[in-house]
Design a protein around this ligand. Structure first.
Ligand code: G3P
Ligand code: MG
Length: 246
């Protein structure tokens, strides 16, 4: 059996509104080993699970997450035209998601969305919440903002961490090791443009590739033995992994 773990990107977001409790529940049902989610902070500094810095794309209102209180956000419904069957989804808090998935034993990749707004103290707030939930052993922190990851390491030295990136970084394996980070989360298009994957796999770092939605890419990466693939379609990846069981 391949060792590659299947992570549901924003939950099973190929089938249900992204980053909602419904999408995370579906990921568990479909047999994912992990979920990936995006965290921003509200005006009252509560970590909420939503991809964009604004609420424009997933609700009927507009504006920045950082300008709304949690109470105001909870009055809104997450609506995606792709999924008309879902009419009651809410923007969840990180705490609600951790509470909802804890019993399943699933891994949680928390992506700190600090690339556009670097919410003051988000790393401390999120780390405190993870400790309170008792999920420290299940959480992997990642961010495109690598200072955020270093901040997490300062707060929780034993936390599992990874650098997220989309384009090519020079000597990224040495960089990750020298800065004491456990893994690399490269974009699928990045590992396709040249033979980077070999170097990553040889480095011994955890390699989780996103967002892997094509079956042939799932097959390739599972065969190559990456640590994880992060996909909108965990059910498809689970099936491909089973077939690759050899
Ligand atoms: O964490 C992997 C992936 O989610 C990074 O990109 O924009 O989907 O958050 P994005
Ligand atoms: Mg993400």
């Amino acid at each position: 059996m391949s060792k590659t773990k299947i992570f549901a990107h924003r939950g099973a977001s190929g089938y249900a509104p992204e980053n909602t409790l419904e999408a995370f529940a579906l990921a568990i049902k479909q047999g994912a080993d992990g979920i990936e989610l995006d965290v921003q902070l509200t005006r009252d500094r509560i970590p909420v699970v939503i991809h964009d810095e604004t609420i424009d794309r997933v609700t009927s209102k507009t504006g920045y997450v950082k300008d709304y209180t949690l109470k105001e956000l909870k009055e809104l419904t997450v609506l995606e035209s792709k999924f008309p069957a879902y009419t009651t989804s809410k923007i969840p808090t990180l705490e609600e998601v951790l509470d909802a998935v804890k019993a399943s034993g699933i891994l949680v990749n928390i992506e700190l969305k600090t690339g556009i707004y670097w919410y003051p103290d988000i790393e401390q707030i999120v780390a405190d919440l993870v400790r309170k939930s008792g999920m420290e052993e299940k959480v992997i922190y990642s961010s495109f903002n690598h200072y955020s990851i270093q901040q997490i390491k300062k707060i929780v030295p034993e936390a599992e961490t990874a650098y997220l990136y989309s384009d090519v970084i020079l000597d990224v394996t040495d960089y990750a090791k020298d800065t004491n980070v456990d893994g690399l989360h490269p974009a699928i298009y990045h590992v396709k443009i040249a033979d980077f994957l070999d170097e990553y796999l040889k480095s011994g770092l955890n390699v989780r590739v996103w967002t892997v939605n094509e079956e042939k890419d799932m097959d390739w990466l599972i065969g190559a033995g990456v640590t994880a693939i992060i996909t909108n379609y965990p059910d498809v990846a689970v099936q491909i992994k089973k077939k690759a069981g050899k």
